[in-house]
Design a protein around this ligand. Structure first.
Ligand SMILES: *[C@@H]1O[C@H](CO)[C@@H](O)[C@H](O)[C@H]1NC(C)=O
Ligand SMILES: *[C@@H]1O[C@H](CO)[C@@H](O)[C@H](O)[C@H]1NC(C)=O
Ligand SMILES: *[C@@H]1O[C@H](CO)[C@@H](O)[C@H](O)[C@H]1NC(C)=O
Ligand SMILES: *[C@@H]1O[C@H](CO)[C@@H](O)[C@H](O)[C@H]1NC(C)=O
Ligand SMILES: *[C@@H]1O[C@H](CO)[C@@H](O)[C@H](O)[C@H]1NC(C)=O
Ligand SMILES: *[C@@H]1O[C@H](CO)[C@@H](O)[C@H](O)[C@H]1NC(C)=O
Ligand SMILES: *[C@@H]1O[C@H](CO)[C@@H](O)[C@H](O)[C@H]1NC(C)=O
Ligand SMILES: *[C@@H]1O[C@H](CO)[C@@H](O)[C@H](O)[C@H]1NC(C)=O
Ligand SMILES: *[C@@H]1O[C@H](CO)[C@@H](O)[C@H](O)[C@H]1NC(C)=O
Ligand SMILES: *[C@@H]1O[C@H](CO)[C@@H](O)[C@H](O)[C@H]1NC(C)=O
Ligand SMILES: *[C@@H]1O[C@H](CO)[C@@H](O)[C@H](O)[C@H]1NC(C)=O
Ligand SMILES: *[C@@H]1O[C@H](CO)[C@@H](O)[C@H](O)[C@H]1NC(C)=O
Length: 821
């Protein structure tokens, strides 16, 4: 009996509560503080909630215990007391929130249609509708706060912007400065903004997802929708799995998707993911690439160089990159880069009827077109997007992005490997040519031996003459000007006594090493600052003024990858140069030392290679002097305390090269093992000989092995021939220093470095890339590298003296035969 009564009581209570729950506000039934509306299916609740002692009218999920508010009416106008009432005005044209003394805290704008009821729907949409016709005259979905619910459209609807605005903090619903808005200029994209500052860009919708979110993929649970037509442009999503709840929320600068099975929330994803998602992190024409260490890495698109090398090295990459070669509309070309988030599309156009090939032609014809792409990946290759401004905010993913073709000067388009064509040479031709070549080599061999003996005497003198005539060819008008301007006051002159006491009277215990031009000593100044002092020989044969001018010029070469010349010191006819002190000494003391070489992992070595390349590029191209180093080698690359490479001894060849070379013939300029064949054999020197030395250096850094003299005929003793053999056999990774783990992550990078190294040591100077190309090849994942030809080392070399015998065709074809498969 008692049981029955209890059940009766319970069911009465249940009935009662069902009766009291309603989803509608009518003229005669307003909503008072403490009351709630429950959508008909019970999904959402509308009512008053308190946050931080303030009262707000809002909508939240009924089921989810942790109150999750998805919409707030009076977010910027909180009520302080609990006298709030939500009601319709007399003719039902305005819904308003008032307190006990009729002060209005929130209201809908007056509508010209008379409305009977306000109803909370199961979608979370709160609407004013005509009870008879169900025509909606106002809806909360048109005024979203920070949450995107399924079916809510953000974008531009009939000219009205619809966007999310984050809460100020997790307990304060008031509007913050963070919004996510559609920018409908060009091709529409969404931006997360901090006031008007762009924080994140979604990228254009590519038919499946936003270009910046390759992992966003419609599946059986969630459907993502982007619609763009003249009336409306919007994004929304639907949940197809009824057991799942999902919402998108803008939480300060983060856009987060949460999912729930009805209990708690799980963070599904959050944008921006990392620094590479920051808007325009790498500036115009820069590409952001996130490697495993979560450090954003900016590189320039191939064919572009940092706007300011200095800023770039300091990781200030916002200025981005500039073209290496200016565009000349008619002869331009395109470079392809894959796996990217397409650049900003505010100045882009789309034609969904044009295929990729036509797109290219259109872009080529319009001189202001900077790039093109197939936008819609869901629809074959038939939607042509073209850009008409700088390409900004490009990020490269480790897979899953899109393909972009961007415009560069024709000369900057890397030549695609045409090795396959060359390989078509018939076997017969090869045999004939081989025979001819054999004869040529035999005939020239005796001559070569004789010539070599003769060369050893005359080599240095010849090389100096040639190098100097070359170097002076490069000296521009500017050089002449600065030469005469040079005065001693611009270079600190150290007192002889200071230097002597700093180096302990050049005590042998302070000796750091011996270079081609003199001996280096460590010194410590009174303040404790360390310096390196290079003691050069006597200059009795050289005009002192001219010498000083030369030193002043060299001191003006400033680059992060060059050792800084702090000053000089002149005692009688002896010259001493004062350099910054490098904690980790020269690179050869580390990479060739089995015990120490493990200090340099692959990433470090790669940074060192890139740093040296930038330094040499500066010497060759970017500095005012156009210096050929002539003695690049491991012992001339110094490492600072962070293992950053700095080139030393640059410009010294200038000092020693002027006027009277005879007195310096006892100095070795250039080091066997690093000397390009044309220099060693013929004394011909150019920037390409530095490139050769750089190539040797690269292979040494990768392998940890020293290249012996290039005259060694025993192939196994020569690093270049060893590297070449491995390359031909497709086993290049075996070259890698055993102290570096063959981590597959870096495989591509290592292979690229080996290829660059081999390209640099090619026999013919003309075949070798110049340093700017080297820097590009090292920095761009997408640059198509040519196949290297055989390196220059003596045993296979046909000298220039034999050129009259061996025609160019023979020469080329010989090398072709040796190309790897
Ligand atoms: C209504 O709000 C106003 C402004 O906050 C306040 O001055 C007034 O006292 C409130 N009335 C009641 C009855 O709470
Ligand atoms: C509704 O009533 C207000 C005054 O309460 C009036 O100004 C407005 O014109 C009315 N709207 C309609 C559609 O009748
Ligand atoms: C709205 O319509 C329903 C059914 O059509 C009716 O039961 C209800 O009384 C109406 N409410 C008002 C305020 O007209
Ligand atoms: C709804 O329809 C009923 C009868 O059809 C009518 O009496 C009533 O005025 C209508 N209400 C509104 C708000 O139009
Ligand atoms: C944003 O989300 C984090 C948790 O992901 C939370 O701690 C923080 O309070 C939220 N901020 C706002 C403004 O909601
Ligand atoms: C928005 O930015 C302005 C200017 O930076 C600042 O004064 C204001 O406090 C910010 N508002 C919020 C809610 O953070
Ligand atoms: C745009 O709106 C107009 C007027 O409301 C309508 O006639 C037209 O069909 C709409 N176009 C689209 C694509 O929805
Ligand atoms: C998911 O729901 C949306 C809207 O309800 C619908 O358009 C879409 O076709 C559905 N997707 C699937 C896979 O059922
Ligand atoms: C990532 O990039 C940074 C900056 O360029 C570099 O220091 C680091 O070695 C790189 N890490 C990997 C794993 O490539
Ligand atoms: C562009 O370069 C090509 C080849 O270098 C040349 O033939 C052409 O005249 C140049 N056009 C313009 C507009 O400078
Ligand atoms: C190039 O394209 C832009 C943007 O579409 C257009 O304004 C301009 O007229 C075009 N120029 C030529 C030469 O077609
Ligand atoms: C797009 O064009 C406008 C006007 O020419 C310019 O202000 C804006 O910087 C351009 N956008 C980009 C990304 O270059």
């Amino acid at each position: 009996m008692a049981n029955f009564q209890f059940i009766l009581l319970l069911s009465t209570f249940f009935l009662f509560s069902l009766c009291t729950s309603r989803d509608t506000i009518t003229l005669d039934a307003p909503l008072s503080y403490g009351d709630t509306l429950l959508s008909s299916g019970g999904v959402f609740t509308l009512g008053f909630f308190t946050s931080n002692n303030m009262k707000y009218l809002g909508i939240w999920y009924t089921q989810i215990i942790q109150q999750t508010v998805v919409w707030v009416a009076n977010r910027d106008n909180p009520m302080l007391d609990s006298t709030g009432v939500l009601s319709l005005n007399t003719n039902g044209s305005i819904l308003q929130l008032q307190n006990g003394s009729a002060k209005v805290f929130w209201s809908t704008s007056p509508l010209n249609r008379v409305t009977a009821v306000a109803r909370l729907l199961d979608t979370g949409n709160f609407v004013l509708m005509d009870n008879n016709t169900s025509i909606i005259s106002w809806q909360s979905f048109d005024y979203p706060t920070d949450t995107l619910l399924p079916g809510l459209k953000v974008g531009l609807i009939m000219g009205q912007p619809r966007f999310l605005t984050s809460w100020t903090s997790s307990d304060n619903p008031s509007s913050s400065n963070y919004t996510i808005k559609l920018d409908s200029a060009g091709f529409p994209e969404y931006f997360i903004l901090d006031r008007s500052k762009r924080v994140y860009r979604t990228g254009p919708w590519n038919g499946r997802q936003f270009s910046g979110e390759p992992e966003m993929e419609t599946d059986s649970k969630l459907t993502f929708v982007f619609v763009s037509n003249p009336n409306e442009t919007y994004y929304t999503f639907y949940v197809n799995d009824t057991s799942l709840i999902s919402r998108l929320v803008l939480n300060q600068s983060f856009l987060q998707r949460y999912v729930s099975d009805g209990s708690g929330w799980t963070l599904y994803w959050s944008l921006p993911r990392d620094q590479c998602d920051n808007y325009a992190q790498c500036g115009p024409y820069g590409v952001c690439n996130l490697n495993s260490s979560n450090v954003p890495d900016c590189t320039c698109l191939a064919g572009f160089i940092p706007e300011s090398e200095k800023q770039w090295d300091l990781r200030d990459t916002s200025a981005g990159c500039i073209r290496r070669t200016g565009l000349n509309c008619t002869s331009d070309g395109f470079i392809r880069i894959s796996d990217v988030k397409l650049p900003e599309t505010t100045n882009a156009t789309v034609d969904s009827t044009v295929g990729l090939e036509d797109c290219r032609n259109r872009c080529l014809k319009n001189c202001s077109c900077t790039g093109y792409s197939n936008l819609d990946v869901s629809n074959g290759e038939s939607s042509c997007m073209m850009w008409f401004s700088d390409l900004v905010d490009i990020r490269q993913f480790n897979g899953g992005g899109q393909i972009l073709y961007y415009r560069v000067a024709g000369s900057d388009v890397p030549a695609a490997s045409n090795a396959s064509e060359k390989r078509k040479t018939t076997n017969a031709a090869i045999i004939v040519i081989s025979i001819i070549l054999g004869l040529v080599i035999l005939a020239s061999f005796g001559y070569l031996v004789r010539r070599m003996k003769r060369k050893k005497k005359g080599l240095r003198q010849t090389s100096f003459e040639l190098a100097w005539s070359l170097a002076h060819e490069h000296d521009g008008v500017l050089d002449e000007g600065s030469r005469s301007q040079g005065n001693l006051s611009s270079l600190p002159l150290y007192d002889v006594n200071v230097i002597f006491s700093a180096t302990n009277n050049f005590s042998p215990s302070n000796k750091l090493g011996e270079g081609g031009f003199g001996t280096v000593f460590m010194g410590e100044l009174d303040g404790g600052n360390r310096i390196a002092v290079k003691r050069l020989g006597n200059f009795s044969t050289q005009g002192l003024d001219e010498l000083k001018n030369e030193v002043i010029l060299i001191a003006k070469l400033q680059h992060i990858n060059l050792v800084s010349l702090l000053g000089c010191c002149i005692k009688g006819e002896e010259l001493m140069l004062i350099y910054e002190y490098m904690e980790n000494k020269s690179m050869d003391t580390i990479i060739f030392d089995k015990a120490k070489s493990s200090q340099l992992n692959w990433q470090k070595r790669f940074e060192i290679i890139k740093g040296i390349a930038r330094g040499v590029l500066y010497l060759h191209q970017d500095s005012r002097l156009r210096v050929i180093h002539r003695d690049l080698k491991a012992s001339n690359v110094l490492l600072d305390k962070h293992m950053n490479p700095k080139i030393s001894d640059f410009g010294l060849a200038r000092i020693f090269g002027t006027d009277d070379t005879k007195s310096h013939t006892n100095r070795v300029v250039g080091t066997y093992g690093y000397m390009a064949p044309e220099y060693a054999m013929d004394g011909i020197f150019s920037v390409k000989s530095d490139v050769f030395s750089f190539g040797v250096l690269v292979l040494e850094i990768i392998s940890g092995k020293k290249n012996r003299r290039i005259f060694d005929t025993e192939p196994s003793s020569n690093l270049l021939s060893y590297a070449w053999t491995l390359w031909k056999d497709n086993k290049s990774l075996e070259l890698l220093d055993t102290s570096i783990s063959k981590n597959s992550f870096h495989r591509e990078e290592i292979m690229r470095c080996i290829q660059v190294g081999l390209l640099c040591v090619q026999d013919r100077p003309d075949d070798r890339p110049d340093m700017s190309t080297v820097v590009l090849m090292l920095n761009s994942r997408d640059a198509i590298l040519p196949q290297p030809k055989q390196p220059g080392y003596f045993s296979d070399r046909v000298t220039s003296d034999a050129k009259s015998l061996s025609s160019c065709t023979v020469y080329d074809t010989t090398l072709t035969i040796m190309e790897p498969r």
